[in-house]
Design a protein around this ligand. Structure first.
Ligand SMILES: Cc1cc2nc3c(=O)[nH]c(=O)nc-3n(C[C@H](O)[C@H](O)[C@H](O)COP(=O)(O)OP(=O)(O)OC[C@H]3O[C@@H](n4cnc5c(N)ncnc54)[C@H](O)[C@@H]3O)c2cc1C
Ligand code: FES
Length: 368
């Protein structure tokens, strides 16, 4: 085959492929054109007119109804459940792991997976209508460890956030570098619930993570940051004498807020905070928690290093946090447990708590 024939063939193939992509995009726009759809929320209390074709989660958010979601719509957190009484179509494979038989009977769906293709009837808990969106100013960034940053954000003038210590916000990243779209993830609030005009978060860098790399590499003091919240049911119940608090890594965030809440409200609970880390470089807020221990005898801080290095000169508890828990918590009597950290660590700790007689009603956690 001579060179001009090759060129002609390549040209024809390119033209065919361009033609096909035009046909596909026309077909997509026709197929995805579901027109205006009506979302009936809570038996006609709210009637929303939306343009079909997107996920229920994103269309509700565009109407300022914020459904909890931590994974950004990837069907991995299972938090975005909404009852779709009519118009949701069949349950999808991606939803099945998160929707129990009981929830299926209540028409529960993952709103990030359900595409709005027509009119729908929805039931949404009234308290979710209190969730708001804030565009804050980033006023401080501090390196707490080599991979955890503390962000302090100021709410717009005159605006405040009411949250229960332990709850989280959804934090939005903007397009940056090769990431072309906005993304959002859940982050527990680490600051005091009494401080209503600022929010602090502790964000650990996840290799190749979209939002954490945005925070660690692209975000600067003075930038505007979008958040919505508050969300979540990880907050103090306090029907007990003592709170057993357990955290690893950035899981310290909601525990810090909880500790201050108990102190500021003058609650009588004793608190024991087990903080698990690998080596000395993973520990942070040490001086602050040591000071709280001095000022408030009801609080005991137990940092545990799983792999202390000789140069760490560590004279505290050595070993996994599970070992300290096993040795230092005698029984479940009069106690509630609040845990936050990685799934592996939390599962191991919860097993120990069960063995000691804690029932599930006395164990509260956020796994991430
Ligand atoms: C209720 C709740 C509260 C949370 N609070 C905090 C908090 O206070 N501080 C905090 O730093 N994070 C917190 N998280 C985790 C956070 O929401 C994100 O999942 C995390 O920051 C990763 O986001 P990313 O966009 O950088 O990574 P993604 O782009 O989502 O993920 C990139 C890759 O990393 C993997 N990956 C995701 N998360 C982790 C992880 N934690 N460790 C290892 N690999 C991971 C993914 O499977 C994927 O392959 C919380 C999560 C939940 C559900
Ligand atoms: S947003 Fe996480 S499962 Fe839907």
């Amino acid at each position: 085959m001579d060179f001009s024939t090759i060129l002609k063939t390549v040209g024809i193939l390119a033209a065919v492929s361009a033609g096909l992509s035009v046909i596909i995009s026309i077909a997509e726009s026709v197929l995805n054109n579901y027109g205006e759809c009506e979302l009936d929320v809570n038996n006609g209390k709210r009637l929303l007119k939306v343009k079909g074709g997107s996920s229920l989660l994103s269309l509700l958010a565009s109407e300022k109804i914020f459904i909890p979601s931590a994974c950004g719509g990837k069907a991995t957190c299972g938090l975005c459940k909404v009852a779709v009484i009519d118009g949701g179509g069949p349950l999808l494979l991606t939803e099945e792991p998160y929707i129990s038989q009981e929830e299926r009977a209540q028409h529960m769906r993952l709103s990030c997976q359900v595409k709005v293709k027509g009119n729908m009837k929805l039931l949404i808990p009234e308290d979710l209508f209190n969730i708001r969106e804030f565009v804050c100013e980033l006023v401080e960034v501090e390196d707490m460890t080599y991979d955890i940053k503390r962000l302090r954000m100021k709410l717009p003038p005159g605006q405040t956030i009411e949250f229960k210590a332990g709850q989280f916000v959804q934090f939005y990243s903007k397009p940056y570098g090769k990431v072309k779209e906005e993304a959002f993830r859940a982050y527990s609030i680490s600051s005091k619930a009494s401080e209503k005009d600022h929010i602090e978060l502790l964000i650990r860098l996840v290799p190749n993570g979209i939002v954490t790399n945005y925070v660690h590499t692209a975000l600067n003091v003075g930038d505007a940051v979008k958040m919505s919240g508050p969300y979540g049911d990880f907050y103090l119940r306090g029907n007990c004498e003592e709170l057993i608090m357990i955290a690893g890594g950035s899981g310290l965030a909601p525990i810090r807020s909880l500790v201050y809440d108990v102190i500021e409200k003058g609650l009588p609970h004793r608190m024991r905070f087990f903080f698990g880390a690998n080596t000395l470089r993973d520990l942070y807020y040490m001086d602050e928690f040591r000071q709280i221990e001095k000022d408030y005898p009801q609080f005991t801080f137990i940092p545990c290093l799983a792999f202390p290095k000789p140069e760490d000169n560590w004279d505290g508890v050595s070993g996994f946090v599970t070992v300290a828990l096993q040795e230092q918590v005698d029984s479940a009597q009069g106690k509630e447990a609040y845990l936050c950290g990685s799934p592996g660590m939390l599962d191991a700790c919860i097993k120990i708590l069960h063995d000691k007689g804690f029932d599930d009603q006395a164990i509260f956690f956020d796994k991430f």
